[in-house]
Design a protein around this ligand. Structure first.
Ligand SMILES: Nc1ncnc2c1ncn2[C@@H]1O[C@H](COP(=O)(O)OP(=O)(O)OP(=O)(O)O)[C@@H](O)[C@H]1O
Ligand SMILES: [Mg+2]
Length: 446
């Protein structure tokens, strides 16, 4: 027979503790007990328990404070809370904070035993899910659509590098899916069940970004009232995703390089360094090679990050992905908005496929979200699609209802501008698409 499940009972009332210890032992559990939360925490640090049963209201430290402390030392620990002040609010808060269940005093011992068995049963189920998930075929791309050969290649590479602990650099225009692929790499790696820390280097002022990344010691500057670990440390055995890395100042780049090379991080104001274990994935939508030429990005950091480079192609270069993306997103958005929209008309789909998507997958998803929210029928039609005004100029000129015909060169001007815009202002690419040389394009733009 398997060893009995080991329980720790914690209540400040010795009478309650004795009673529970005795009765639960009669139900076949190995029961230990404690009457002080601080002692209980020490004990849990030292020795593993299958389940901790704790009172919520205790002098010194209540169960609601103890819970995060327990989960801090033993993530995933099953903790069942009991309270004499049974209220649904407390129950919800406890479960949100990570308790496996909640039982209101007074309770019948059978109810407690039932809750204990259910907690073990749930844990078994979760383990089973993990086991089964590990056996799923690796063709599963999760939420990612990758029908085009170029995107399939991206996924293929991402999966291959997932378990190499090397740093990865993701590049590509805005909205192409760099964040999504970073997450996919994490989810496909052995670190999947660990932390995924996302730091957006563009959204914070330079001084804050360093404390965010490296952490701060108390007193490092005036508002640093306590030690705070940086993302390198909180990511622990998980993944640290450094987004918009092209926005870092040269000074921060130097610190980042040193951190990556030494495998150790020095919090602001600290005199020594601490080793970190996180895997680093970086991303940028800025042309790093150009930043490099302009002296805005350190070459040594660039070579360090660029070991494995995954380039996300713009959506206009993988039109095969548009139809499956639209199908998936319409379904998801309709679901989220509780709308009965079921699809996209053929004409609308043609417009979606033909559009150049300068904002890539994100622009597509926003446009569909608006369309689903505003439309009052069950199939999206071309008129439900609100393409940006600029892109519509041409449509307006060409549509039957255009008020007056325009001279040919007017049409050309609008079209050239639109192509240029759709290529993110890249004149070389616009010229190539238009089939003219760059000088001709410049002339036309003038
Ligand atoms: N291949 C894909 N399949 C499904 N959803 C995708 C795909 N690529 C991107 N998305 C979705 O599109 C949105 C934009 O993607 P994401 O945020 O990853 O872009 P990004 O490259 O990080 O953009 P930025 O450079 O602006 O940060 C997200 O909601 C993401 O989930
Ligand atoms: Mg992003």
């Amino acid at each position: 027979m398997a060893a009995p499940n080991k329980l720790l009972v914690l209540d400040d009332d010795p009478g309650v503790v004795d009673f529970l210890q005795e009765t639960l032992a009669e139900h076949g559990f190995d029961v230990q007990s404690q009457t002080s939360p601080a002692d209980a925490l020490e004990r849990i640090k030292r020795e593993p328990f299958d389940l901790v049963i704790s009172d919520i209201k205790m002098p010194g430290m209540g169960g609601m404070d103890l819970l995060p402390a327990i989960l801090g030392v033993r993530p995933g620990q099953l903790v069942l809370l009991m309270t004499a002040f049974g209220s649904i609010d407390l129950a919800v808060a406890a479960v949100r904070a990570g308790a496996c269940d909640f039982i209101a005093k007074p309770f019948k011992i059978e109810a407690l035993v039932f809750a204990i068995h259910r907690a073990f049963h749930d844990r078994e189920m979760r383990r089973e899910i993990v086991r089964l998930r590990a056996r799923l075929p690796s063709t599963d791309t999760g939420q990612l659509v990758a029908k085009s050969p170029r995107m399939s290649a991206v996924i293929e590479t991402a999966r291959r590098v997932a378990d190499l602990d090397l740093s990865v650099l993701l590049t590509g225009e805005t909205g192409t899916g760099k964040g999504a692929v970073a997450r996919f790499i994490h989810d496909s790696s052995a670190r999947a069940r660990r932390a995924f820390e996302h730091v957006n280097c563009a959204s914070l002022p330079a001084t804050l970004i360093e404390s965010e990344l490296f952490g701060v010691r108390r007193g490092a500057f005036t508002d640093a009232r306590e030690d705070r670990p940086g993302a390198f440390i909180t990511a622990a055995d998980g993944t640290l995703f450094l987004d918009e890395i092209g926005e870092l100042s040269l000074e921060t780049q130097a610190k980042l390089l040193h951190t990556l090379e030494s495998g150790r991080v020095r919090p602001l104001g600290a005199s020594s360094e601490i080793p970190f274990r996180a895997r680093v994935i970086a991303a940028t939508n800025r042309p790093l090679e150009r930043l490099l030429r302009d002296g805005l990005f350190r070459p040594d950091l660039y070579y360090r990050l660029n070991v494995i480079r995954i380039e996300l192609p713009p959506l206009r270069q993988r039109q095969e992905d548009i139809v499956p993306l639209v199908d998936m997103m319409v379904e998801r958005v309709a679901d989220k908005q509780s709308r009965a929209v079921i699809g996209v008309s053929a004409a609308a789909m043609r417009r979606l496929v033909a559009y150049a998507w300068p904002g890539n997958v994100r622009e597509l998803s926003h446009l569909l979200e608006r369309a689903v929210a505003l439309c009052d029928h069950d199939t999206l039609l071309p008129e439900d699609l609100d393409f940006p005004a600029k892109a519509n100029d041409l449509g307006a000129l060409l549509s039957d209802s255009a008020q007056a015909p325009v001279p040919l060169d007017e049409l050309e001007r609008v079209y050239v501008r639109r192509v240029l815009e759709s290529r993110g202002g890249n004149k070389a690419e616009a010229a190539r698409v238009l089939g003219i040389n760059r000088r001709t394009l410049y002339r036309k733009l003038r």
